[in-house]
Design a protein around this ligand. Structure first.
Ligand code: AMP
Ligand code: MG
Length: 513
């Protein structure tokens, strides 16, 4: 049965289980002794539906509403229905390696949870106005970053990567002022709100904040709630819980790495306790294979969150989580031992995923093959995604390099052609007696044909800003089957065009959104 959004019944399992801030005033403040604050969305001028994800509606038991009306009033924050107890969560975090103290939901607020055919999910509005955690900011979000979050959350799901989901994208009809590159060029941009959906939005930082304040009872209450509700299958105890978070995070990192995803801001407040991708900000994808790539201009100098650092940074973040959980467990060494195992968990996950990309069961004997592949990928500008997709088309005999030519941003010279030919011969031998059609199908099931590359999403942002609001739904349609070749959309699956090489929003993004 389908229920319209404004008639959905909202539960409050987070709010009833966890201590609330006694203050209900909306102004920025330190919140102690509590894990959340009651808030109200700030109404907007004219909420209009821009995009909708049917699959997420199905999880909740609701369907796409008309572009304006009571449902979109809820999604725009103009209408709080009976039973909703909107809240902003209180959390802290390490940002770029430094303890930042209290952060919290500064521009996201949950309306509560909805139980539908897909289970129980928290429903959150991102950009619905200020909360006690907004600090000096406005609690709003601009259309460009909201389109990026909406598209990428759903694309990630269809790629098979654990992620928070996005139900709806609503234009607020109000401007939001942003200085995109913090260089004194502030301008008014269209505002938007994304409705996000996940079993919980709890992050590492939700544990770190009470731990940093020695609020051990609060910490224990949070841990017990998260373990019992979200880790019901995990054996009892803090160590088992931490091990499961490490395992899920290692798997997630291997998936990001295999697809060439760069999150951009892997602060501990942006790592989900569930091990799902969360908080899509200045993310990007490897177009050209460059292990040092980060799309986040705020991080250009240090490169803390560049592609190749992500697995190690996740471990650093897990160490912060382990330290936060330590007061709950007498034996800190046991948590440390789990953390030590993270490297092996990640290495195994990466090997498995890289092997699948190559159509091989990768073992130690393949080290030389892999080292040479990475050396070749960096020798000339090569597209990470197209390379693996086309590798499946390499014939057993004859001109093995031909299918790969599309992956090169500059055509390989004779020396490089010879090296590639040697590598492809070795790879063919290693693949041995596999049935070519079977191997091709297996490789195509893990090597995406299309991704929401930054330049593709940037085109959609441009289209929406010039009034073509169906552009988001159209792109999402293509991204629903990312492993299936769709000749009608071939341009979007191609190499990054030259115009996008140094364009804002494509290769350069900031946290300003
Ligand atoms: P982020 O870098 O987006 O993960 O944000 C870090 C912190 O800043 C979180 O506590 C956010 O809620 C908060 N924040 C980011 N942008 C805004 C905004 N426009 N208004 C209020 N708080 C924000
Ligand atoms: Mg965040």
């Amino acid at each position: 049965m389908n229920i319209s959004v404004e008639d959905l019944r909202f539960g409050d399992r987070f709010q009833t289980a966890l201590p609330a801030d006694s203050d209900t005033d909306p102004w920025p403040r330190e919140v102690r002794g509590a894990l959340w604050s009651a808030v109200r969305p700030t109404p907007v001028r004219s909420p209009t539906l821009v995009a909708w994800a049917d699959e997420v509606g199905t999880l909740l038991g609701t369907t796409r509403p008309p572009a304006i009306g009571p449902a979109v009033d809820v999604l725009g924050g103009n209408r709080v229905t009976d039973g909703m107890r909107p809240f902003a969560a209180c959390y802290g975090g390490h940002q770029f390696g430094q303890w930042a103290g209290q952060l919290g939901d500064g521009r996201a607020m949950a309306l509560g949870d909805v139980t539908g055919p897909g289970g129980t999910f928290e429903v959150q509005l991102k950009g619905a106005g200020p909360t006690p955690y907004s600090r000096t900011a406005d609690g709003r979000a601009v259309m460009r970053s909201s389109i990026r979050e909406f598209i990428c959350s759903e694309a990630m799901f269809h790629l098979g990567v654990p992620t928070t989901r996005a139900l709806a994208l609503v234009a607020t009809g109000e401007p939001v002022v942003r200085d995109m590159f913090y260089d004194g060029h502030a301008k008014a941009e269209p505002g938007a709100i994304v409705t996000r959906v996940a079993p919980t939005f709890v992050r590492f930082g939700n544990f770190e904040l009470p731990a940093s304040r020695r609020e051990n009872e609060l910490l224990r209450t949070l841990y017990e709630h998260v373990h019992s509700v979200h880790f019901a299958e995990t054996p009892a105890g803090v160590v088992a819980f931490f091990e499961e978070v490490c395992r899920r995070t290692a798997e997630l990192m291997a998936q990001w790495m295999a697809l060439g995803f760069v999150h951009g801001v892997m602060n501990t407040d942006n790592l989900s306790i569930l091990g799902v991708t969360i908080d899509y900000g200045p993310y990007g994808w490897l177009d050209v294979f460059d292990p040092d790539f980060t799309p986040n201009t705020t991080d250009y100098r240090e490169g803390r969150y560049r592609w190749r650092q992500q697995p190690a940074v996740a471990q650093w973040n897990l160490a912060r989580l382990g330290r936060a959980l330590a007061p709950l467990h007498g034996d800190v060494n046991a948590l440390d031992e789990v953390l030590q195992r993270y490297s092996a968990m990640y290495a195994a996950a990466w090997r498995r995923r890289l092997g699948a990309k190559l159509g091989l069961d990768v073992g130690d004997a393949d080290d030389a093959l892999i080292t040479e592949m990475f050396s070749l990928l960096t020798a000339a500008e090569t597209d990470w995604t197209i390379f693996f997709r086309r590798l499946a088309d390499v014939p057993r005999d004859g001109d093995r390099l031909a299918p790969l030519l599309d992956a090169f941003y500059t055509p390989p010279d004779d020396g490089l052609r010879t090296r590639w030919a040697g590598w492809l011969a070795a790879w063919t031998v290693r693949g041995g007696g596999q049935d070519p059609a079977h191997r091709r199908a297996r490789m195509n099931a893990v090597n995406a044909w299309i991704l929401p590359r930054n330049w593709v999403v940037q085109e959609v942002i441009g289209a929406v800003e010039s009034g073509d609001i169906t552009a988001v739904d159209r792109l999402l349609d293509v991204l629903r089957t990312p492993y299936v070749e769709q000749p009608g959309s071939a341009r979007l699956a191609g190499r990054r065009p030259d115009w996008a090489k140094n364009k804002a929003g494509c290769s350069a993004l900031s946290c300003s959104s």
